[in-house]
Design a protein around this ligand. Structure first.
Ligand code: 6MZ
Length: 437
């Protein structure tokens, strides 16, 4: 039996075991918190902790918009939810429409101005993901020219990438050591329960981003950087297109993505964040809808390795995806609810908002390849465990089998080798067995 087929057999056995076990709400929450997770869609600057943003802003005399950063007064509960006192973290208390998110990114840019701040937000992001049990992280970020305060000079985009890669390498080394140490302790303590098994170490990877708002020349520069680094570093695995969907078009940037693809780099492209057809909302004008339709078609024809969000396609586009290559989608539940404002105007809280997600219930129903991610945990006040707990509440899962299958399938969407994925599947399967018994 090949390594891959033996691990997939173990995975089938595992699903069957989970389905046979009964879970209370508490045991399900605990299980999900301990579950090893795969995070494939997170933007570094969007991971900034609120406290770090506040202190960097005060050091640099940046005034953060109170509308965007102070807790909103209205809590958006339904009457029924008010009676049941829903947990606070499931409530959308902040203004986070897509446009408001881009205002915040501008403010973050005014605060993360040097390599020291970059290093701080990177280390904190890695710690935060690891704490939630993430075992494989693909973090993306747009290289920027910052300041090198040590020498009082400008730091190049290569310095930006080197800083992130160094944080990742150091973090991995320390996390591996911690794991070995904790395993030794477990071995020496014969009575240790499976619940006290140490958290698996986290593997980190980096995806170079191109921001749509920047010029073609900058996009070319980032493509070259991604290709150059992918050759010499195991950490750099792909190229992403993100940024405001109102800016530029994929059509203009396609040559960069083709070049990356031809060089063997993996690609992930944000799409479907604005409607591709009339009647979805009352805000998007016809010219923008037409632009979005054409741009999305171009992205789908290009066939990137993964699609970011893929929220507001036409039915025809979704059907073509289903029939065709089934390109894996990086779904970010809280982010989607907030940016589409699914929880602001109607029933209000995130759980009800997620039930109004334009596509997620269909993806789950049809087993469409789809990972669950945080997008910008610092901005959306979320983490990798909360995203799964939200799914459980919104879709009423009675046991975590569906969650486990999403995690296991996501391993397959990673920008990594088959060998790596087979090993990761084995590790995750053993860990889940450990949590179960
Ligand atoms: C599109 C997004 C995004 O690259 O500076 N970004 N792009 N849609 C989204 N949905 C909410 N969330 C984040 O991280 C911040 C950058 O990531 C992109 C934006 O370009 C944002 O400026 P980095 O580390």
């Amino acid at each position: 039996m090949s390594a891959l087929s033996s691990t997939s057999q173990r995975y089938e056995d595992l699903k069957a075991q989970i389905e046979q076990k009964s879970f209370t709400k508490e045991s399900m929450t605990k299980f999900i918190q301990q579950l090893p997770k795969i995070e494939l869609h997170a933007h570094l600057n969007g991971c900034i902790r609120e406290s770090t943003l506040a202190s960097l802003a005060s050091e640099r005399n940046v005034k953060l918009s109170s509308l965007l950063h102070d807790l909103q007064q209205e809590t958006h509960f339904t009457e029924e939810e008010k009676m049941n006192e829903s947990p606070q973290e499931k409530v959308n208390k902040k203004r986070r429409s897509l446009l408001e998110c881009f205002e915040i990114f501008t403010e973050i840019g005014l605060c993360v101005t040097d390599l020291v701040a970059l290093k701080q937000i990177c280390i904190e992001a890695l710690e935060d993901f690891a704490k939630q049990g993430v075992v494989y992280l693909e973090l993306r970020s747009t290289p920027k020219v910052l300041l090198d305060t040590m020498y009082g000079t400008k730091a190049t985009k290569k310095d930006y990438i080197d800083t992130i890669l160094k944080c990742m390498a150091d973090f991995e080394e320390q996390d591996q050591e911690r794991y070995k140490r904790e395993m030794e302790d477990v071995k020496q303590n014969a009575n240790a329960s499976s619940q006290s098994l140490p958290r698996l170490p986290m593997t980190c990877r980096y995806i170079v981003s191109i921001n749509r708002a920047e010029s073609f020349e900058v996009a070319q520069e980032h493509t070259q950087l991604a290709m150059e680094y992918a050759k010499k570093s195991k950490y750099v695995v792909g190229l992403d297109l993100s940024g405001s969907p109102l800016k530029n078009s994929f059509t203009e940037l396609e040559p960069c993505f083709r070049m990356a693809k031809d060089a063997g780099l993996k690609t992930s492209i944000h799409c479907g964040e604005i409607p591709c057809e009339k009647g979805v909302d009352n805000e998007t004008d016809d010219a923008l809808i037409e632009f979005s339709y054409r741009d999305t078609k171009k992205i789908l024809d290009f066939e990137p390795d993964r699609l970011g969000h893929a929220l507001l396609f036409t039915d025809e586009m979704y059907e073509a995806l289903e029939r065709g290559k089934k390109i894996p989608i990086e779904c970010c539940p809280t982010s989607n609810v907030m940016t589409l404002e699914l929880a602001t105007h109607y029933e209000g809280d995130l759980v009800h908002g997620l039930r109004r997600h334009p596509r997620l219930s269909k993806w789950l129903e049809n087993d469409y390849p789809c990972s669950i991610n945080t997008d910008d945990p610092g901005i959306f006040n979320t983490d990798s465990s909360l995203e799964f707990l939200l799914l459980v509440d919104a879709f009423g899962f009675q046991n975590p089998a569906r969650i486990v299958s999403i995690v296991m399938d996501s391993i397959d969407h990673a920008f990594e080798s088959d060998d790596f994925k087979a090993k990761m599947t084995g590790l995750v399967t053993s860990k889940i067995n450990g949590i179960l018994y």
